[in-house]
Design a protein around this ligand. Structure first.
Ligand code: NAD
Length: 485
C-alpha cells in the first residue's frame, strides 16, 4: 500500500484516526485539466470542537515523553518525506499545479523542517534568574498546548509543515487546517507521514475546510496559539478574533516585494533572476517579485529582454510536459489576475508581454510604464505578472521600494555588494537578498514580514521556540516563606 493510497483517507478527516466528518466532502480538482482527482472530508465547526478535545487530551502525554522520543518521531518523519518524495510530488504537481522542480523543493524542505525540528526538541528549555530573595528562581519554556495551523494553497506542504513540525517537537499537539483546494499535498501527506513515523494517535488532527472551519479553529478555547499563513484580509480577521479570545496569532500574510536593479548589474543574469522572481509557481508566492525597480539607464533594455524571455517560457500541464509555468489554482484567482492586468493597461501601462490566457494557463506578463495608480503594481497580484518601473537615483529607488503597505522580501542586484547592503538598510523588509530575487526560503532562516505582511513573528530556526512555547517563572525556597501577618 502506498503512503497516500486514497483507500485510507478518501472522503475523511483525521481526528484520532481517519474518520468521516459532518461537513461532508469536497472534490480535489486538478487545475490543469479540471478532473476530479479524489475527495476529502470537510470539517464543520462541530468537528473542530471534537478534534480540539481529542487533541488537547493527547497533548498531555506527548509533552511528558522524553525529548529523545519526540525527536525520534520528527527524524522518522523527515526520512519518510524523503522515501515517499515521488508520490507526494505527484500530488503537488497535479493538485497544486506545481512544476516538478517546485514540487521537489517542497518535499526536500519538508524533510529539512522535520530534521531541524528534531533538534529543537533537545534545546535548553530555560534559564536561571538572579533573585533578591533566598530562593532558586528560574524561567522555563513550556509547550503552548494545542496549536492551530491554517495554511494556504500555493506552497501547501512547506507552509503546513513549517509550523506543524516545530510545534510538535516542542511538546504541543496540532490541529492542521489546509486550504481545501490543496488538502492532500498540504494535509493528508503530512498526516500520513506522522502516522507512519509513529506519532501517538490524537497528537495531530487534520481538518480540511474553508474559511468557516478556520474561523472555528481560531475561536476554539482549547487552541492556544494560531499559526496563520494567508492573505492580509483574512489575517486581519484571524488577528481580531484571536485578540478577542486572548490567544496568540502568528500572522504570515501577503506581499508586494521589490527587486531593485542598479545600473552596474549584469543584465542577462538580472533578466533571468527577475523572471524567476515573478513567474516561479505562476507568481503565486507571497515573496513573488511584484515590483521591478530598474535604473532608468537600463530600464528600456530590461523590459525588452524580460518580455522576450516571458514570450518564450512554456506554459502548460506540468504533469504531461516540461513547462516553466503550470496552471493558476482556479478561475477565481485567474480572473483576479486578469482584472488587475487589464485595469493597469486601461490606466496607461504598456503590455510588453503576456496578458492573455487559455483555461487556467496565464501567460507570463510584463507591464512597462506603470505608476502608483497601476493596480498590478500597487497591489499584490498573486499571478505571473512583472510590472517594471524606472528610477533615476538611489533616493528615488528607496522611496519607491518603501511606498508599499507590505514589507516581506527585497532583492537588490548590483556589482557593488556593499552598496547593495547599504541600500537594503534603508528599506524595511523581513527578508532581504543582495544579488538574488525575492523568493527564498530555508528551514533554518527566520521568516516573516513587516507592516501588512504580518505580525513580524518569525518562523524558522530558533524563532520557533518563541512562536510555540510559553514561559513560566518558577521559584523554590529551602524552607517555607515567612510574612509579617
Ligand atoms: P486566504 O487568506 O484566502 O486563505 C488562507 C487560508 O486561510 C486558507 O486555509 C483559508 O481556508 C483560511 N481562511 C480564510 N479566511 C479565513 C478566516 N476568516 N478565518 C480563518 N481561516 C481563514 O489566502 P489565499 O488568497 O488563498 O492565499 C494567498 C495569500 O496568502 C496571498 O496573499 C499570499 O501572499 C499569502 N501567503 C503568505 C505567505 C507568508 O508566509 N507570508 C506564504 C504564502 C502565502
Amino acid at each position: 500500500m502506498s503512503l497516500l493510497d486514497p483507500a485510507i483517507w478518501s472522503g475523511k478527516a483525521f481526528i484520532g484516526g481517519w474518520t468521516a466528518v459532518s461537513g461532508g466532502t469536497a472534490s480535489v480538482v486538478e487545475p490543469a485539466t479540471g478532473s476530479v482527482l479524489e475527495h476529502v472530508g470537510i470539517a464543520s465547526p462541530d468537528d473542530v470542537a471534537v478534534a480540539a478535545e481529542r487533541t488537547a487530551q493527547a497533548q498531555i502525554a506527548w509533552a511528558r515523553l522524553p525529548y529523545t522520543e519526540r525527536a525520534a518521531v520528527l527524524r522518522r518523519a523527515g526520512d519518510l518525506f524523503g522515501r515517499h518524495a515521488d508520490e507526494i510530488q505527484g500530488w503537488l504537481i497535479r493538485e497544486a499545479g506545481s512544476i516538478p522542480g517546485k514540487a521537489a523543493f517542497e518535499t526536500v524542505t519538508a524533510a529539512q523542517e522535520c530534521y531541524e525540528a528534531a533538534a529543537l526538541a533537545s534545546r535548553p528549555v530555560g534559564e536561571l534568574l538572579p533573585s533578591a530573595e533566598p530562593r532558586l528562581s528560574l524561567v522555563r519554556r513550556v509547550p503552548a498546548g494545542v496549536v492551530g495551523v491554517i495554511a494556504p494553497f500555493n506552497v501547501p506542504l512547506i507552509l503546513g509543515i513549517r509550523s506543524v513540525a516545530p510545534a510538535l517537537a516542542l511538546g504541543n499537539a496540532v490541529i492542521l487546517k489546509p486550504d481545501v483546494r490543496t488538502a492532500v499535498s498540504g494535509g493528508v501527506a503530512i498526516q500520513r507521514v506522522f502516522e507512519e513515523a509513529g506519532l501517538p494517535e490524537g497528537v495531530l488532527s487534520l481538518l480540511p475546510g474553508g474559511a468557516e472551519t478556520g474561523a472555528a479553529l481560531v475561536v476554539e478555547p482549547r487552541v492556544r496559539v494560531i499559526s496563520f499563513t494567508g492573505s492580509t484580509a483574512a489575517g486581519r480577521k484571524v488577528g481580531a478574533a484571536a485578540a478577542e479570545h486572548l490567544k496568540r496569532a502568528h500572522l504570515e500574510l501577503g506581499g508586494n516585494s521589490a527587486l531593485i536593479v542598479l545600473p552596474d548589474a549584469d543584465l542577462d543574469l538580472a533578466v533571468s533572476t527577475a523572471a524567476w522572481g515573478s513567474f516561479f509557481h505562476q507568481g503565486q508566492v507571497c515573496m513573488t517579485t511584484g515590483r521591478h525597480l530598474v535604473h532608468r539607464s537600463i530600464a528600456g533594455e530590461y523590459v525588452a529582454r524580460l518580455a522576450e524571455k516571458a514570450d518564450h517560457l512554456p506554459v502548460g500541464d506540468p504533469a504531461l510536459e516540461e513547462v516553466a509555468l503550470g496552471p493558476i489554482i482556479d478561475a477565481g484567482q485567474r480572473d483576479k489576475i486578469h482584472g488587475l492586468v487589464r485595469a493597469s493597461v486601461d490606466g496607461g501601462a504598456r503590455l510588453a508581454a503576456g496578458g492573455t490566457y487559455e483555461e487556467l494557463f496565464y501567460r507570463p506578463t510584463v507591464l512597462a510604464d506603470v505608476t502608483d495608480s497601476s493596480p498590478a503594481y500597487a497591489e499584490e497580484v498573486f499571478g505571473p505578472v512583472a510590472p517594471v518601473r524606472a528610477f533615476d537615483d538611489l533616493d528615488e529607488a528607496v522611496a519607491l521600494a518603501t511606498a508599499s503597505p507590505y514589507g516581506l522580501a527585497l532583492g537588490i542586484l548590483t556589482a557593488d555588494v556593499m552598496r547593495g547592503l547599504e541600500l537594503a538598510e534603508r528599506i524595511p523588509t523581513g527578508l532581504v537578498h543582495v544579488n538574488d530575487q525575492t523568493v527564498n526560503d530555508e528551514a533554518v532562516a527566520p521568516f516573516g514580514g513587516f507592516g501588512a505582511s504580518g505580525t513580524g513573528v518569525r518562523f524558522g530556526g530558533g524563532a520557533n521556540v518563541e512562536a510555540f512555547t510559553e514561559t513560566r517563572w518558577i521559584t523554590a525556597r529551602g524552607s517555607q516563606a515567612r510574612y509579617p501577618f
